[in-house]
Each structure stands twice: as structure tokens, then as C-alpha cells.
Design a protein around this ligand. Structure first.
Ligand code: GDG
Length: 468
């Protein structure tokens, strides 16, 4: 079996096995792949150094070898806070109004990608497969090629690819895409983002794209395909059955005193539609005075990217909005929105999900959205909750038995809340069973195995939800 070299902006190996700890499911999944392939996970340590030295910190935790480098403050400002999170993230989430273009960001992005290439290239052995992750590292493949790396290199984009008309507002857009055409395989979350990418390649670059997603460029063949990511179903459901999850469930249940509970769990990010969600819930309270006092919304939103101004702004806006809605509707024994700016352990989250009658997963744009899948996996199949899901999340293409909504319409979301609260048990069970089947059938193990097999050149079957 070939070794796997995983490259991502940050490296995060679970300190201990299992579901415990504030770890994302992706870290668990990639660690499992690395254990199987005896590979290395390379990336930024998250630490700052005054002057870049390129020193590699190699460690071994839970049978996974990691190699990390520290970055200079200017790198972090221009590459991470700059090009990645002030240019690409908003643009790729269709927020051209928040997108900032600054030459120093481009330079920082190029510089850090070159630093990644310099540091990781010596670790790559002839038979290794290289798997690059996400928008922070789009040009890394071309830089590795410049250094003579001829291995199979794949990249997976975790976020949407924007429509061509938006994407061309990026200065040097063609240079960026041309640099991506040095990968052997480019993976997207859904057919929708894949179509946007191939549309650009055809229309703006005039390149031929075959029906199977093969792009011809400068004598090379690049395969572009959708690989919808899933959750680690086994790991998550095991965590959901743990004593810690049960305790979290019981604690939350008793605190709502028989009321119905809605839950939202999101990084504090403008793409997640939290402001619109609060407005919709406020509208529901106003429009349904008979039900209002029997309902609570728990919104867990751990802060992220706190050095970026648009994130400071959304935090400020949400605090105001939650305060306003609570001020207008609360009484002495009940507050409608519990807005919590901190993270919880994964097993606790599983207990919270199970305690909630409804999940509100209403991003304005999302590559996939794993919270939707985790919520379904955590439910009691005998008495499951209802998933209200944005039609603009990648997950909506698979989870068609959710209550799908347009998150921009407060009326539509408010109606969906009312309908879900009144939904008969039989309908809840039917929808939940269908959602659960889809989540179990396309979990994160299938995702990584399909990606790695395709990168290795072993074609796998098309994802089952693929559209014609
Ligand atoms: C990107 C793409 C794509 C959240 N709060 C806590 C916590 N979380 C965990 C969730 C979930 C993960 O973080 C969030 O994943 P999402 O998929 O919902 O969203 P992004 O962070 O934006 O992820 C997205 C994903 O990459 C994977 O490809 O689906 O579209 O934007 O697992 O549970 N985890 C813990 N405590 C928290 O308080 N432990």
C-alpha cells in the first residue's frame, strides 16, 4: 500500500482515540487514513515565529506521524487572515461584498505555499500519494511539480467553487486555476461546485472537459470529480451512546423543563446564516404566540478567525440580534434564545443533538455541512427530531428528506419551524430513516477510500447521488 502524505493548513491529530475531545470529524478520519497508509500529515503548527526557519517539528501521536512548521506574523496576516480568509473564503461563499483584494495577500499566499512546498518536498518518497486539502493551498501542487515531484498529487476542496461570473472578479483568476491543473485529481464536495469549476475551465480557458471530468491541459490529464464528504458514522454513533453524551442530554433536557428545543451548532461565520436564523426564529415567536413560550433555541457558536474584521462584525451583530429578540419576547422564567460562544466536546454535542426536537442548519452557502449529518446520526430512531436544512448547503443534494428551506426567507423558515414542531411521529420516523440510510451509506470512510483509490488510478463507481 502506498504511503499517504496529507497536507493541510493546520494539522490536528486527536490526542486520544475515540470520540472524546473538541476535535472535528475530519481530523479523526484523516488520522485513520494515515494510520492505515503509514503516512505523514504536514502543515502549519498554528504557532508564530519571529523569522521563518523552515524547521520541521516531527512527532508521533496515536500512530500518526505529523510534521509541522511555524510561520512568521507577516505570513499569518497575509496568507491565513489575508488571502485565505479575506479573499478566497468570502468569494467562494458568494460574498463578493466581503471579498478584499490586496496584492500583499497574493504575495503572502504565494510565499507560504512555496514554504510549504520547500518543507514537504523532501519528505515525499517515490511511491507516495500526496493529498492536499482546501483553499489555503490551491497552488501547492504546481509548486511541488516545480521542485521535481512527479508523484500522484490530489487536492480536495472543502468549500464551494463559485459560479464563473463571480470567480472572474478575482485578480489573476486564470493563473490560480492554471496552477491547480498540475494536480492529477481535483475533488469537490458536490456536482454543483464541480460544474462551476468545469464551466470556468471550458468557457474561460477554452479547455476540453470529457464527460467523466477529465481535463486536458498542456499534454496532461487532470480528473475533476465530486466526492461528497460524510461523517465517521461508527465513531459518532458510538460517542452518542457514551455516558458523557447521555449526561449532556439529560442535563440539557431538564434545563428546558418540557419545552421543545431547537439547536444550531456552527463556527461563528457569516456563511452559516446565523443572523437570518435568529430573525426567522424571532418571526416564528411573533407569528405563533400560542407556541412561542414552549420553545427554546440553543445556538452553539464557537468563535473563529477572530483577527478578521468581518468575523468581529458578525459576532457583534449576533449579540445585538439575540439580545433584541430575547428582550422583546422573554419573561422572568423563560429566555427564547440561548446563545453560547464556546465549544463543547464531541460526545457532549452528540447528547445535545439528541435532546433537540429540531436542528436548524441554515447556511447561506456551505461546501457540505457535517452538522446536518451529525444531528441525524445522533437521533433516537423511535422518536427522532426533524432536520431543517438550507437548500444552499452541499448536504441538501444528498439529504433530500430533510425539510429543505431557503434561509434568506424568514417566513419560509418560520413556517418550517411550525410545521416541524407539529410533524406527526410517523413522518418524522420515515424522514429520519431515509436520512440515516444516506448518511450511513456515504460516510467519511467511503469518502477517503474513494478519493485515495481514484488518486491511485483505480476508478471507483460514481457517487450514488451524482446527477446526470
Ligand atoms: C468546512 C466546510 C464542510 C462545531 N462546533 C463544535 C464542534 N463543531 C464541529 C461540528 C462539525 C464541524 O465542527 C463543522 O463542520 P461543518 O461541515 O459544519 O462546517 P465547517 O467548519 O465550515 O467545515 C463545510 C467541512 O469543511 C468538511 O469538509 O462540510 O462545508 O465549510 O463536525 O460538529 N465540535 C466540537 N465542539 C463544538 O463546539 N467538538
Amino acid at each position: 500500500m502506498s504511503r499517504l502524505i496529507v497536507v493541510s493548513n493546520r494539522v490536528s491529530v486527536p490526542k486520544a482515540m475515540g470520540a472524546a475531545g473538541a476535535q472535528g470529524g475530519l481530523a479523526v478520519a484523516l488520522s485513520a487514513a494515515l494510520r492505515e497508509h503509514r503516512g505523514i500529515w504536514f502543515g502549519w503548527s498554528g504557532k508564530e515565529t519571529e523569522t521563518f526557519t523552515g524547521h520541521l517539528d516531527m512527532q508521533r501521536n496515536c500512530d500518526v506521524t505529523t510534521a509541522t512548521i511555524d510561520l512568521e506574523p507577516q505570513d499569518i496576516d497575509e496568507y491565513y487572515n489575508g488571502y485565505a480568509n479575506r479573499t478566497l473564503w468570502p468569494l467562494f461563499h458568494y460574498r463578493i461584498d466581503l471579498t478584499e483584494y490586496d496584492r500583499s495577500f497574493d504575495e503572502g499566499y504565494e510565499r507560504v505555499n512555496a514554504r510549504f512546498a520547500d518543507s514537504v518536498a523532501p519528505l515525499i518518497e517515490p511511491e507516495d500519494l500526496v493529498w492536499v486539502h482546501d483553499y489555503h493551498l490551491l497552488p501547492l501542487g504546481s509548486m511541488l511539480r516545480e521542485k521535481g515531484v512527479t508523484n500522484r498529487i490530489g487536492m480536495f476542496l472543502h468549500i464551494p467553487w463559485p459560479p464563473t461570473r463571480l470567480f472572474v472578479s478575482l485578480p489573476n483568476h486564470e493563473q490560480l486555476v492554471a496552477s491547480m491543473l498540475h494536480y492529477d485529481l481535483i475533488g469537490f464536495q458536490t456536482e454543483e461546485w464541480l460544474d462551476s469549476f468545469t464551466h470556468y475551465v471550458k468557457k474561460e480557458m477554452g479547455l476540453p472537459v470529457a464527460d467523466d471530468g477529465t481535463i486536458e491541459y498542456q499534454g496532461r490529464q487532470i480528473l475533476a470529480r465530486a466526492f461528497p464528504i460524510g461523517i465517521d458514522y461508527e465513531e459518532f454513533t458510538e460517542g452518542a451512546r457514551s455516558a458523557e453524551a447521555r449526561e449532556a442530554h439529560d442535563r440539557l433536557k431538564s434545563s428546558v423543563r418540557g419545552r421543545k428545543m431547537l439547536i444550531g451548532v456552527d463556527r461563528l461565520d457569516y456563511s452559516k446564516g446565523l443572523g437570518e436564523r435568529f430573525d426567522s426564529f424571532g418571526r416564528f415567536l411573533t407569528d405563533n404566540p400560542d407556541m412561542a413560550k414552549d420553545v427554546v433555541l440553543l445556538q452553539i457558536a464557537p468563535p473563529s478567525r477572530e483577527n478578521v474584521a468581518s468575523y468581529q462584525q458578525i459576532r457583534h451583530d449576533l449579540e445585538r440580534k439575540a439580545g433584541h429578540i430575547n428582550g422583546a419576547h422573554a419573561d422572568v422564567a423563560w429566555v427564547p434564545i440561548r446563545y453560547v460562544n464556546r465549544g463543547y466536546r464531541r460526545t457532549e454535542l452528540a447528547g445535545f443533538y439528541r435532546a433537540a426536537d429540531i436542528a436548524l442548519v441554515t447556511p447561506l452557502r456551505d461546501g457540505m455541512n457535517l452538522v446536518a449529518k451529525e444531528y441525524v446520526a445522533a437521533q433516537d430512531p423511535e422518536d427522532p427530531g426533524v432536520l431543517i436544512l438550507s437548500q444552499f448547503a452541499g448536504a441538501a443534494l444528498q439529504l433530500t428528506d430533510a425539510v429543505l428551506v431557503n434561509p434568506h426567507s424568514t417566513e419560509e423558515v418560520s413556517d418550517a419551524i411550525e410545521r416541524s414542531l407539529r410533524m406527526p411521529l410517523e413522518e418524522r420516523r420515515r424522514r429520519h430513516q431515509a436520512l440515516l440510510n444516506s448518511i450511513r451509506e456515504e460516510d467519511v470512510v467511503d469518502w477517503r477510500e474513494a478519493f485515495v483509490a481514484t488518486l491511485q488510478g483505480k476508478r471507483t463507481t460514481e457517487p450514488s447521488h451524482a446527477e446526470p
